[in-house]
Write a protein that binds this ligand. Structure first.
Ligand code: PGA
Length: 258
């Protein structure tokens, strides 16, 4: 991470875990454990139905914890039964939203073009998108990681003006490392994160590119976070499994302060 130009952001992704009634005890435990760490911003991306409880529970934490969602619908409103809009999330107090997570791409057939529409909907409502990109093991073995990442980043950001880029986080999440206990080495992760920054530079120029927070995600935990975060282009993490327990999440947050 390079804190001269950009913010370090540690984000938890609870996925489809936790209950509304479990949010307050989690927040209290996290608060009890957390040293006032101003070195990074902390985000928790929770299921939609947990957002109000999370916003209330984290409102007065010493370490400001921002609440995020894990998905949104690209349309502003209307007959889309079961869906949630950007404006609803913002009005409920969410500030971030994960877009294009590999689980959404795989299980819900989300394509790059939809990811792009969601990014634009999120920005329009004042939310900060955390855009996930990443290759499968087969794609890595074919040697097409950089090409694929270029395509994912360029499509996701199509039509996004440079002045909005400070509100966007790109999360590099190799699909083969998610929930598998298999982390990319710090060198592998840095290689792709620096490629992402090069793509941003080609789109927006060096000044804008160096201001964008790029996260690594995929089995990140207290044991590997410090090494990953020591890389120049890795400015934070998107943490699944290890964010479900305050004791484990705090280890990653602490690593960001080292
Ligand atoms: P994991 O998930 O940390 O459990 O691998 C990361 C993610 O999917 O965002």
């Amino acid at each position: 991470m390079d804190t001269r130009y950009r913010k370090t952001v540690i984000a938890g992704n609870w996925k489809m875990n936790m209950l509304p009634s479990e949010v307050r005890p989690y927040a209290e435990r996290l608060r009890a454990l957390a040293p006032a760490n101003r070195a990074c911003d902390i985000v928790l991306c929770v299921p939609h139905v947990l957002i109000p409880a999370a916003v209330a529970a984290f409102r007065d934490s010493r370490n400001r914890v921002f609440v995020g969602a894990q998905n949104l619908n690209e349309h502003p409103s209307g007959a889309f039964t079961g869906e949630v809009s950007a404006a609803m999330l913002a009005d409920a107090g969410a500030t971030y939203v994960i877009i294009g997570h590999s689980e959404r791409r795989t299980y819900f057939r989300e394509m790059d073009a939809i990811v792009n529409e969601k990014v634009s909907a999120a920005l329009g409502a004042g939310l900060r998108p955390i855009i996930c990109v990443g290759e499968t093991l087969a794609q890595r073995e074919l040697g097409i990681t950089d090409d694929l990442i270029t395509l994912q980043v360029k499509t996701a950001l199509s039509g996004v003006p440079a002045d909005k880029m400070r509100r966007i986080i790109i999360a590099y999440e190799p699909v083969w490392a998610i929930g598998t206990g298999k982390t990319a080495t710090a060198e592998q992760a840095e290689e792709v994160c620096s490629h992402i920054r090069a793509v941003l530079r080609s789109l927006y120029g060096a000044r804008t590119a160096r201001a964008v927070t790029i996260q690594y995600g995929g089995s990140m935990n207290g044991g590997n976070a410090a090494e990953l975060l020591s890389m120049p282009d890795i400015d934070g993490g998107l943490i699944g499994g290890a964010s479900l327990t305050p004791e484990k999440f705090i280890e990653v947050i602490a690593a960001a302060g080292e």
